[in-house]
Design a protein around this ligand. Structure first.
Ligand code: SPV
Ligand code: MN
Length: 630
């Protein structure tokens, strides 16, 4: 490789050459020359190398030690607290388009722009060369990934979240078939946060299976293997591999009371809609909380978690609502806290269920100095909160008590029986509904909406179309993506059941019907449906539970009374609201290319069923009791 030995020394050069991969060498050479770091360090799978990263993040002050052993704090810049949708673009050849929902840019122009920003972006910094594996090593599911970054925090996070893959790259035997990610946090301020956020870019280059990301640190923008790789994997699945699916889904086993079985569920929820807490329901076992790769093997639906850790939202994690995570966060183990409040070496966040200090250093401190209660943003007058709504923790799954380690490490994937699609909907969708068929399930996924939260930049509380909770990561025409899902059902000899969930239904006074822990009941009902334990009412929107079954579940699980009136309110089918949703969805899909006819059949049938029920019962709101005995 034609690189200055003062930048890439002999030891590091040998590590690269041992991989014996011409494409990897070419990439490293090209981007080291462009980004101009003062030093290149290659990291293998060895403990010594991984330790080096952990220490480097402390040395360069991207992280700082907290009081408890293994705990560190990292801050992202004040304007870099969530995924940046606006500056995330798919690069496309001239004249090509992916539809109206996907941010896109002409490839040549985009490359020129970002390569210009990359030029010298690592000056004075160390470029870390990382080899990872998305999914278990030596597995049909997995994809090797090369990451170049000048952020030790990014590399450290990736060590908690992904499997190291230096040996996996050797097994490639020189093949060019891997994803790659170039990241530079760019110039940093004296507080070690990205200075030039206005030049933040995240460009997805499908042609090269690579993502280029610059002037950011927030994990959702910077960590190549997370949402950047998900986008490349969606493209690979939909456009190249007939028997592969890449989804924004958790994986966990639901374990019913007093029964000797566990049933694996996958679930797609937009950010901050209860995905991690569903995966972490006490009594169940978690395999993953964010991204799953799916394949059908001998007709059986199988999945792997491509990650080995959790990058979870910390707000409202407390001993009552999320006991297992809360316990983990209070134990000595390797955890990176981000964008919380630090006071006397301890982390604090909103909704943690204990008294919190009235001052300290937090996510606002990089521009406004020490935080104290009541402090406001001088520019907007808005109160600066103790922790950001999207403040997070990063932890390895092996450190969580209820992880199903065997399933996590299984290279042939685990067999799953159900898929959940869950949005954040205050006034329409019932807490749980079972799809009438596979294609109806695909329709439920394709019509997912969610009220926005703090997890992406922009206004909160706006209802957004988010098919399959994957819209931010779909980089192919929506019609192709939906067709690929319909195809899943055709290829399976046993199709999974599909359920729609909504934990966020509110009463007329604006109060949630459900407590956070109640989602366990909906999951147990779904699990029972899979095994034929419960009957259900067939309604225009799908199968809904019977009162007696939910009442019994509440009694047995929480020793609490689930009232008939609550049931009738939660499972009332508000026809006008559902019809309005159908109209919004139709509008969202208008003009989308290559939409499969099956989707429109489901849409028209659902509308027809709603209108027929309205006429039949002479009511705008269908009570579950209307369907008794049906
Ligand atoms: C999400 O927002 O869906 C996350 C966190 O899982 S991020 O890495 O920002 O995508
Ligand atoms: Mn996610």
């Amino acid at each position: 490789m034609d690189l200055d030995p003062k930048i890439l020394d002999e030891e590091n050069r040998v590590k690269i050459e041992a991989i014996n991969n011409p494409k990897a060498e070419k990439i490293i050479e090209e981007f080291v020359k462009l980004c101009k770091p003062s030093k290149v360090t290659v990291i293998t799978d060895s403990t010594e190398d991984i330790d080096y990263i952990r220490n480097l993040a402390l040395l360069n002050k991207e992280e700082a030690k907290l009081e408890m052993e293994g705990h560190t704090i990292h801050f992202d810049g004040y304007f870099d607290q969530a995924r940046d949708k606006e500056n995330t673009c798919v690069l496309l050849p001239k004249g090509k388009t992916l539809g109206k929902h996907i941010n896109q840019k002409e490839r040549e122009e985009g490359l020129e722009d970002i390569m210009g920003i990359f030029d010298g972006s690592m000056k004075g910094k160390e470029c870390l060369i990382r080899f990872y594996c998305l999914g278990p090593t030596n597995s049909l599911f997995s994809i090797p990934a090369l990451q170049l970054t000048d952020s030790a925090y990014v590399a450290h996070s990736e060590d908690l979240l992904y499997r190291s893959g230096y040996e996996e790259f050797k097994r490639l035997k020189g093949s060019p078939d891997f994803f790659y990610f170039i990241h530079s946090a760019g110039e940093l301020t004296d507080k070690q946060v990205t200075k030039n956020v206005k030049d933040r870019r995240i460009y997805i280059d499908l042609e090269e299976d690579r993502v280029l990301s610059v002037n950011n640190q927030y994990a959702g923008n910077s960590i190549g293997l997370k949402k950047l790789a998900l986008r490349l994997a969606v493209n690979k699945a939909v456009e190249r591999d007939r028997d592969f699916w890449a989804e924004h889904m958790y994986i966990a086993a639901t374990i019913p009371l007093k029964r000797d079985r566990k049933t694996y569920f996958l679930g797609a929820f937009p950010s901050a809609c209860g995905k991690t807490s569903t995966a972490m329901i006490p009594g169940n076992q978690i395999v993953g909380d964010d991204i799953a790769y799916l394949r059908i093997i001998d007709g059986i639906p199988k999945a792997v978690n491509i990650e080995v850790g959790i990058f979870g939202i910390i707000q409202d994690v407390n001993a009552i609502d999320d006991p297992l995570i809360y316990k983990t966060l209070n134990e000595p183990m390797e955890i990176i806290f981000s964008n919380v409040l630090i006071h006397e070496g301890k982390p604090y966040w909103l909704g943690m269920g204990i008294d919190t200090p009235n001052h300290g250093v937090n996510w606002t401190s990089s521009i406004y100095g020490e935080w104290h209660e009541g402090k406001t943003d001088p520019k907007t007058g808005k109160e600066l909160l103790l922790s950001h709504g999207n403040a997070r923790f990063t932890v390895h799954l092996r450190d969580i008590e209820n992880t199903d380690m065997e399933a996590l490490e299984d290279p042939i994937g685990l067999e799953f029986h159900a898929i959940l699609y869950g949005g954040r909907d205050s006034d329409t969708s019932v807490p749980i509904v079972e799809a009438l068929s596979w294609n109806h399930g695909v329709f439920i996924g394709a019509t997912l909406e969610s009220e926005t939260t703090f997890a992406t930049l922009g206004a909160e509380g706006v209802r957004k179309f988010n098919p399959f909770a994957n819209l931010d990561f779909i980089v192919v025409p929506l019609g192709n993506y939906i067709k690929h899902h319909i195809d899943f059902g055709i290829q399976c000899s046993r199709v999974p059941k599909v359920f729609g969930t909504n934990y966020f239904l509110k009463n007329s006074a604006g109060k949630y019907y459900d407590d956070k822990v109640d989602k366990k009941i909906w999951l147990l009902w779904a699990e029972g449906r899979i095994h034929g334990d419960f009957d259900a009412y067939m309604t225009p929107i799908g199968y809904i539970p019977r009162y007696e079954d939910i009442k019994d579940l509440f009694k047995h699980v929480f020793q609490s009374d689930y009232t008939k009136i609550r049931y009738e309110n939660e499972f009332a089918i508000r026809i006008e609201k559902y019809l309005a949703k159908m109209d919004r969805v139709e509008e969202a899909y208008t003009g989308e290319a290559s939409m499969p006819q099956e989707f429109f059949n489901e849409l028209n049938n659902q509308k027809k069923r709603l209108l027929e029920a309205k006429a039949k019962f002479g009511a705008n709101v269908l009570l579950p009791s209307f369907f008794e005995g049906k």
